[in-house]
Design a protein around this ligand. Structure first.
Ligand SMILES: Cc1cc2nc3c(=O)[nH]c(=O)nc-3n(C[C@H](O)[C@H](O)[C@H](O)COP(=O)(O)O)c2cc1C
Length: 173
């Protein structure tokens, strides 16, 4: 898939098939996380790839808004240094890279940010200096994905030169 097509078609999907995702795809997903940029190239993010079925069940139980991760083939817990003002931006960049790399391989994913943090820290040995920012669950889809992105039109979201000057294709120089 070309990059633009990958970006425009990717959806967050949370219903997974039981089929195993091959090691090469997991490697690509983590490679995509590693390739993402961080403020001042700090590379403060860390990633826990969760693939053991019991650990995935635990991850689901430690969640408040992502119990669906129980059905994922694997998940990635993203950790970041919360003392850095841009740690959530850096986490977001890594997440999007991972999701797009997976989508390109036919692997779907969904993310969540609601955790029972104390339990999660214990279960996954998360060090105190790092904060879990997001969990992304990955797997193959159960059926062909027919969804479509629901997004506001660009003229409601974007402006040219000054806020208020609506974006319109004909105004592009
Ligand atoms: C910062 C952030 C937090 C999110 N938290 C959750 C969550 O806790 N649980 C969940 O199921 N989805 C969560 N999502 C997924 C969004 O609901 C999803 O990205 C949005 O519906 C767009 O999906 P689409 O790209 O498939 O249209 C989160 C997304 C973002 C960007």
């Amino acid at each position: 898939m070309d990059t633009n097509q990958t970006i425009l078609t990717k959806l967050d999907v949370r219903q997974f098939d039981a089929k195993k995702v091959p090691a090469e795809v997991k490697q690509k997903v983590l490679g995509a996380a590693r390739a993402s940029g961080t403020g001042v190239n700090k590379q403060h993010w860390r990633f826990i790839l969760v693939q053991d079925r019991d650990m995935i069940k635990r991850l689901s139980e430690d969640s408040t808004s992502g119990s669906w991760v129980a059905g994922a083939n694997f998940a990635v817990i993203v950790l970041a240094d919360p003392t850095l003002g841009y740690h959530l931006i850096d986490s977001g960049r890594a997440i999007q890279n991972m999701q797009l790399a997976a989508w390109d391989q036919g692997v779907i994913s969904g993310l969540y940010t609601g955790f029972k943090e104390d339990r999660m820290r214990k279960d996954f040995a998360i060090p105190s200096e790092l904060k879990p920012t997001v969990v992304v669950g990955f797997g193959y889809p159960v059926k062909r994905i027919l969804g479509r992105k629901k997004r506001m039109p660009l003229p409601e979201l974007a402006f040219i030169d000054r806020y208020g000057n609506k974006f319109e294709a004909k105004k592009l120089s």
